[in-house]
Design a protein around this ligand. Structure first.
Ligand code: 9D3
Length: 241
């Protein structure tokens, strides 16, 4: 997969691209990531990429021409062009899987009050937001998207931490984890985890994953892939609530 990211702050991505998961994806040749400075596409010698909004009001707007030049230079026919934007549809694991199936992604990271609307109309395939809170620009959202997408590329994530195992795949939360020591300030590790009974451990983990989802994110249960056994467990847990 090839990912290109356009931004006026390319340096924001420096340490991110070096971290283990992304670094591994790049090193293994499974993914190339190129960060491009939008200012390289500014026409004037001061490399200005923003201007005052028509209609007035506070804040500056990113000019259309540098974006149009950049996208037309960097995107291939097969590129899927994504604008990170508060007006986008919310990123979720289903969208991440869909994006990971694209051969080429071109990510547009805006700053200031946003990008001239004509850029979206002319060269953007899809607008994506990472949630309903205010960020200062699209760069951190692009990092979230790239990390989630890179995890889906076969061979990027190791076996222990496998994508298949991710409980989000089935739409529920993870079970609780424990490691040494057995006692932490009077709190013991659940006995079943010390029993060596793998089937009992698996049943306990499923039950605790369902319990966590029921208490912390009950909204997820509506869309979750649940077995008959899961429904029995949930019935019992609801009874105890
Ligand atoms: C405070 C500025 N707001 C005026 C009412 C509008 C606004 C403009 C630009 C809010 C945020 C931004 C910059 N944000 C993004 O570019 C962004 C974003 C976000 O803010 N939240 C969640 N996902 C995303 S993706 C890109």
């Amino acid at each position: 997969m090839q990912i290109k990211i356009v931004t006026i702050f390319p340096e924001i991505f420096d340490s991110f691209l070096g971290v283990s998961l992304i670094g591994r994806a790049i090193e293994a040749g499974r993914c190339t990531i190129e960060v491009v400075d939008l200012r390289a596409y500014a026409r004037d010698r001061h490399r200005v990429v923003d201007d005052e909004p028509y209609g007035g009001g506070g804040g500056m707007v990113m000019k259309a021409e540098p974006w149009l030049e950049a996208v037309r230079d960097l995107a291939a026919e097969a590129s899927w062009r994504v604008q990170l934007s508060p007006q986008g549809s919310r990123l979720d694991e289903a969208k991440v899987r869909e994006l990971s199936g694209r051969e080429r992604l071109l990510l547009l990271c805006g700053r200031y009050e946003g990008i001239d609307e004509r850029v979206r109309k002319l060269v953007v395939d899809e607008e994506i937001s990472i949630g309903d809170y205010v960020l200062s620009g699209g760069e951190t959202a692009a990092m979230v998207l790239v990390e989630a997408v890179a995890r889906q590329i076969p061979g990027v994530v190791g076996l222990a931490d496998s994508v298949e195992n991710d409980s989000f795949r089935h739409g529920i939360l993870d079970y609780p984890h424990y490691t040494r020591p057995r006692d932490v300030e009077g709190l013991a590790v659940p006995e079943v985890l010390l029993s060596g009974d793998h089937a009992a451990v698996a049943r306990w983990r499923r039950q605790e994953a369902l319990r966590a989802t029921l208490t912390k994110r009950p909204d997820l249960l509506e869309a979750a892939e649940l077995s008959d056994e899961d429904h029995r467990i949930l019935g019992r847990l609801r009874g105890k609530q």
